[in-house]
Design a protein around this ligand. Sequence first.
Ligand code: A2H
Length: 255
Amino acid sequence: EALGPQEYTAMKIRVVEWSDQAAAALAKFDALKGKTVYLVAATLRPETMYGQTNCFVGTEINYGIYNVNEKEAFLITERAARNMAYQKIFEKEGNVEKLAEINGKLLVGTKIHSPSSVFPTIYVLPMDNVLATKGTGVVTSVPSDSPDDYATLQDLKKKCEYYNVKPEWVDFEPIPVIETPTYGNLIAPTLCKMKKINSQKDRVQLAEAKEIAYKEGFYQGTMCYGEYKGYKVQDAKNKIKDDLISKGEAFVYNE
Ligand code: A2H
């Protein structure tokens, strides 16, 4: 855990088509008409965003959809909305304006678009360990570089029915984005295999894997995809973040 304020890159992930349950639950909220809704995910690894394969929400978390400006609304936790209002991310100053609310469980299966991902459309999927008290309560998923994301997807692929996930929503493989000398170009799957991590419930081994993946990726990693292919991650990270921000695909969010 960081002690001081943590700076995140907040990724704007556009809703393309609500799941049937989400569409039914949101139909009564007239204020959403004509708005483009984005799930907003806080990440510490903007350089990995090419490798996004899906987005995770907590099935026990209640989300709000908050007014940003005339055209846009963000789907995040109330806590994140208050922080964003304080950071002047919303056009109107003062109280946050909640346009709608929805439980995370109903969002699963929603079709979304994250411009930097190699996949044109991806899906909202469930994750057990999403904290309502961190970031926006929405986690963008990069199974090539995040052991948590990879282990969660292994659970979902193995037990589609249990998790209420259609097989086609998880029908993809991790995309190599970063190469490290010791762990190759798919560090998260490699570490999960080495540490015999079978599930998102293997918290102790996952914490170790996460630590290694984070350090190796940053200090030893070289980009193997995208505009900064061949650059060291240390040099590419802020450039990629700045590019995402200048293209309007992301913004800085602190907490
Ligand atoms: B990271 P820190 Cl590729 N609950 O983004 C649980 N996890 C959350 C969260 C929440 N509410 N909000 C954000 N996160 C995740 C990418 C990534 C991340 C990679 C590798 C490692 C990694 C893709 N997922 O994080 O406690 C988000 O996942 C390892 C630390 O504030 C975010 O960055 O340090 C990270 O945890 C923030 O965690």
